[in-house]
Design a protein. Structure first.
Length: 222
């Protein structure tokens, strides 16, 4: 599981609980979301008051749009007492209900948690269910289509995911042509950060080490 560097600081209790459940956590600067579970699954964590504030200032829908654009399974976890936050902030309940409906219709999957510990368990459950789904699909489909293999090849790179992989394939035609032009990806698809671009360059240009150890300076992609 990859956690955004900012979330790693503000969500220390969640990260600690996730580690306590046995999940390996890698810290990186994410362009979208707070937690990336797989190339298809990402999660934005919103504490109740932050959720309300992000409705008011418009951040919520921009973040949701970017999440849907980048991942097949985008989730927003609403943590804490939303109704209490509504009263404290003095916002109309109808406005909040409308925002929830808008998120759901836009393709965002909503999850609810009481506190950081609950959120950690949701993340853990998503992580384990994602691994299980991959295993089941692998057993059922011994050979995928060429298209699936092409998408899978590109989507495994940092910050790409399925949707960006498809966009790149539409732009460049083939995975080989896309990889040859990887330095231009930041200008072709939205949301790819400089740190993602650096990681991709390192993966593609670093000489393979047969001993299984990364070269000096490349020990941690995150």
């Amino acid at each position: 599981m990859v956690v955004d560097s900012r979330e790693y600081v503000t969500g220390q209790a969640v990260v600690k609980a996730v580690k306590g459940l046995g999940c390996e956590v890698v810290v990186s600067t994410l362009a979208v979301g707070d937690y990336v579970i797989s190339s298809d699954v990402a999660v934005e964590r919103k504490r109740a008051m932050d959720f309300i504030n992000s409705i008011i200032d418009g951040r919520l829908f921009q973040q949701a749009s970017e999440l849907v654009e980048a991942y097949q399974e985008p989730y927003v976890v609403i943590e804490g007492d939303l109704w209490g936050a509504i009263k404290v902030r003095g916002i109309s309940e109808n406005s909040v209900m409308g925002a929830l409906v808008r998120l759901a219709r836009g393709g965002v999957r909503l999850l609810w948690s009481r506190d950081e510990e609950d959120t950690a368990y949701l993340l853990y459950s998503l992580s384990t269910s994602s691994r299980g789904l991959v295993k089941v699909m692998g057993n059922r489909r011994k050979a995928g289509s060429i298209r699936d293999a092409q998408v899978s090849l590109l989507s495994s790179l940092p910050g790409i995911g399925v949707k960006r992989a498809i966009k790149l394939l539409k732009i460049y035609g083939t995975p080989l042509n896309a990889l040859v032009n990887f330095r231009q990806w930041r200008f072709k698809v939205s949301g790819l950060t400089p740190s993602n671009a650096v990681l991709i360059r390192r993966i593609l240009e670093t000489k393979f080490n047969d001993e299984g150890q990364d070269q000096q300076g490349d020990s941690a992609l995150g």
